[in-house]
Ligand binder design. Structure first.
Ligand SMILES: NC(=O)c1ccc[n+]([C@@H]2O[C@H](COP(=O)([O-])OP(=O)(O)OC[C@H]3O[C@@H](n4cnc5c(N)ncnc54)[C@H](OP(=O)(O)O)[C@@H]3O)[C@@H](O)[C@H]2O)c1
Length: 302
C-alpha cells in the first residue's frame, strides 16, 4: 500500500467519513479544509447538510459512502454503532483502509480488526486525544495502531486532524493508551471540579482560584511524576517523602472538611479507600507509588 506521491499530489485524495456527530463533523471539516474530496454519511441524514454546504458529497447509503473512497473513517458513538453501520456492507470493505476513530476498549479494537481484516479491509484503530474544536489545530493528537502499511499510506491525510502517533501493529494499543490518557484526564478534572466547588462554598470564584492557585499547584505537582514513574518501573514503592499512613490521616480532613462545607465527596472518596486499604495491608510506610500494585491486582473479591 505504499504511495510515493508528494503531499500536494495527495491533497485531494478522496476520503469517506461515516458518523457526523460533533467529532465526525470536525474530522470531515478538517479534510474539507485540507482540500480533500470528502464523502459523508450519517444515520440521521440532515446532519450532513452543513458539510455539503462546504463542499462535501452526501452518500445516500453506507455502501455508497464506503465505495466512494479508498480511505474510510468511522467515528460513531460506540462499538455497537460501528458494527450496526458496517455490518450490512461487508463486501464493500475489501481493499479499503478502514480507520476506526470511535472510542472503545482494546478488546473491541482487536475484535473489530479481526472482523474487518476477515472482510479484506486494512484496519487501523484510533484514539482521538482532542475535543472537536481542536481538530485540525495545534494540540490535537490522534493515536493509531493496527495495519502499519495502511497507516503509512494515509498518514498525511490523517495528519489533517492533528499529530498522528502510531503505537504499533497491535490494533488494541491505541485504545489502551487512549483509555490510560483519559483516566489521567478524568482524575485531574475530578480534582478540579471538587476544588472549585470547595472554594465556591465560601464565595470564591472558580476562575480566579484556578488561575492564581490551582494551575500553579498542579504544574508543581506534575514535576514529581517522572520520578514517581521511574520508581514504579523499578518496582520501588517510595517511603521517603509522604508515606501512606500519614496521608490516610490527612485524607480524613479532606473528606470531613468537604462534608462540613456541605459538599458531596464522591469524587475524592475512591483515592481515600485505596490509601486506607494499602495501610490496612501493612503498606503504611510506602508512598503513593505503592498503590499501583493494588490497582494491578484487580478488584477485591466480593
Ligand atoms: N466529542 C468529543 O469530545 C470526543 C473526543 C474524543 C473522542 N470522541 C469519540 O468520538 C466518537 C463520536 O463522538 P461525538 O462527539 O461525535 O458524539 P455525538 O455528537 O453524540 O454523535 C454520535 C454519532 O454516532 C452516531 N450513532 C449513534 N448510534 C448509532 C448507530 N446505532 N448507528 C449509526 N450511527 C450511530 C450518531 O448518529 P445520529 O446523528 O444519527 O444520532 C452520531 O453521528 C465517540 O466514540 C466519542 O467517544 C469524542
Amino acid at each position: 500500500m505504499t504511495d510515493s506521491r508528494t503531499r500536494q499530489e495527495r491533497a485531494a485524495d478522496p476520503v469517506t467519513v461515516l458518523g457526523l456527530g460533533a467529532m465526525g463533523t470536525a474530522l470531515a471539516g478538517a479534510l474539507l479544509a485540507g482540500g480533500h474530496d470528502v464523502t459523508v454519511w450519517n444515520r440521521t441524514a440532515a446532519r450532513a447538510e452543513p458539510l455539503v454546504a462546504r463542499g462535501a458529497r452526501a452518500a445516500a447509503t453506507v455502501e455508497e459512502a464506503v465505495t466512494a473512497s479508498p480511505l474510510v473513517i468511522v467515528c460513531v458513538l460506540d462499538d455497537d454503532a460501528v458494527h450496526q453501520t458496517l455490518g450490512p456492507v461487508t463486501p464493500a470493505l475489501a481493499d479499503r483502509a478502514l480507520v476506526n476513530l470511535t472510542n472503545g476498549t482494546p478488546a473491541q479494537a482487536r475484535a473489530t480488526s479481526a472482523w474487518a481484516t476477515g472482510h479484506g479491509a486494512h484496519y487501523v484503530d484510533g484514539g482521538i486525544m482532542a475535543i472537536p474544536p481542536m481538530i485540525g489545530h495545534p494540540g490535537a493528537t490522534v493515536l493509531y495502531s493496527g495495519d502499519q502499511a495502511a497507516f503509512a499510506t494515509h498518514r498525511e491525510t490523517l495528519e489533517r486532524f492533528g499529530a498522528a502517533t502510531f503505537l504499533g501493529t497491535d490494533p488494541g494499543a491505541a485504545a489502551l493508551h487512549d483509555l490510560a490518557l483519559l483516566s489521567g484526564m478524568y482524575g485531574m478534572l475530578g480534582g478540579f471540579l471538587h476544588a472549585v466547588a470547595m472554594v465556591g462554598t465560601e464565595g470564591g470564584k472558580a476562575a480566579e482560584f484556578t488561575s492564581a492557585l490551582l494551575i500553579p499547584w498542579l504544574n508543581t505537582m506534575m514535576t514529581a511524576l517522572p520520578e514517581y514513574a521511574r520508581q514504579i518501573d523499578a518496582g520501588e514503592t517510595g517511603g521517603h517523602d509522604s508515606n501512606l499512613a500519614m496521608q490516610s490521616v490527612g485524607y480524613v480532613n479532606l473528606i470531613e472538611g468537604s462534608r462540613a462545607q456541605g459538599l458531596r465527596t464522591d469524587l475524592i472518596e475512591p483515592m481515600r479507600n485505596l490509601i486506607d486499604r494499602a495501610v490496612a495491608e501493612g503498606k503504611g510506610g510506602e508512598d503513593l507509588q505503592g498503590l499501583v500494585p493494588l490497582i494491578t491486582a484487580g478488584p477485591p473479591a466480593a
